[in-house]
Design a protein around this ligand. Structure first.
Ligand code: PEP
Length: 260
């Protein structure tokens, strides 16, 4: 079924690339995407915080072309004595449009829990930032057939606390942890099952908005599997890690959604 949902392909650069490499990759992506007219999906570059300013200046030149700056995290407090942290208001002042919230690497290494993630989302919305909110199960949970309940809880705990209109500022990203950076991609039946379950949950949480929220897939998405992933019902785009560090590979994923 065709829908009017926003299509999104977001690059998560994680902790990769020095200044010169980051600027070179961002410029190449911007120039190539514009030259090839890849404008059917929103393209988001979620770069390390230290590259936001420089990459933001490059992105200023794109005019109405749908290329946006993203950040990979923000702090859950508005401001204060939190050495080394970055506030949502600071991101907003650098033309950031999207913030990745709840990535499994931050849940695992920075021990972020649902309470913190709710606060982070609130800070984003207060500053007119949209969020890519991540969920996904570890392998042991999948092997025990607990994946649907596990992911449902991750979403319910957080999204049920938000105002229905706030849901419009979120794109969900389903990223099975066992598929992130491993080269193992969930198969299309597994993706379809989870995305269908997520869509049903969103409809329960907000009949008015549940149909509109984009649901992205993440986990070893690359040019060679993107078309199959995007042909799966309820997949509205991708959150891309490793494959986003190569212009051609990344933009071929964008092309695949353009052709959907
Ligand atoms: C990610 O970490 O968001 C991700 C999808 O990584 P990769 O594409 O490398 O699996």
């Amino acid at each position: 079924m065709r829908t009017s949902r926003q299509k999104i392909v977001a690059a998560n650069w994680k902790m990769h690339l020095d200044r010169v490499e980051a600027l070179s990759l961002a410029s190449e992506i911007i120039e190539t995407a514009q030259r090839e007219g890849l404008s059917a999906a929103q393209i988001i570059l979620a770069v390390p915080h230290i590259h936001l300013h420089a990459c933001g200046r490059l992105l200023e030149s794109v005019g109405k072309f749908p290329l946006f700056l993203g950040a990979q995290n923000c702090h859950h407090e508005a401001k204060g004595a939190f050495t080394g942290e970055i506030a949502a208001a600071m991101l907003a002042s650098y033309q950031v449009a999207y913030v990745i919230i709840g990535h499994s690497e931050r849940r695992q290494y920075a021990f972020e829990d649902s309470k913190q993630l709710i606060a982070k989302l609130k800070r984003c919305f207060e500053n007119n930032l949209k969020a890519i909110f991540c969920c996904g199960e570890p392998l042991a949970v999948r092997n025990a057939q607990g994946h649907l309940a596990y992911v449902r809880l991750q979403i319910e705990e957080v999204l049920s606390t938000l105002q229905p209109a706030e849901l419009m500022n979120i794109a969900l990203a389903y990223e099975p942890i066992w598929a992130i950076g491993t080269g193992l991609t969930a198969n299309t039946a597994q993706i379809a099952e989870m995305h269908d379950s997520l869509r049903q949950l969103l409809m329960e949480l907000s009949p008015a908005h549940g149909q509109q929220m984009p649901i992205l897939y993440g986990g070893s998405c690359k040019a060679s599997n993107a078309a199959d992933i995007f042909a799966t019902p309820n997949v509205d785009g991708a959150l891309v890690g490793g494959a986003a560090l190569d212009t051609r590979e990344f933009l071929n994923i964008v092309k695949a959604i353009q052709d959907k």
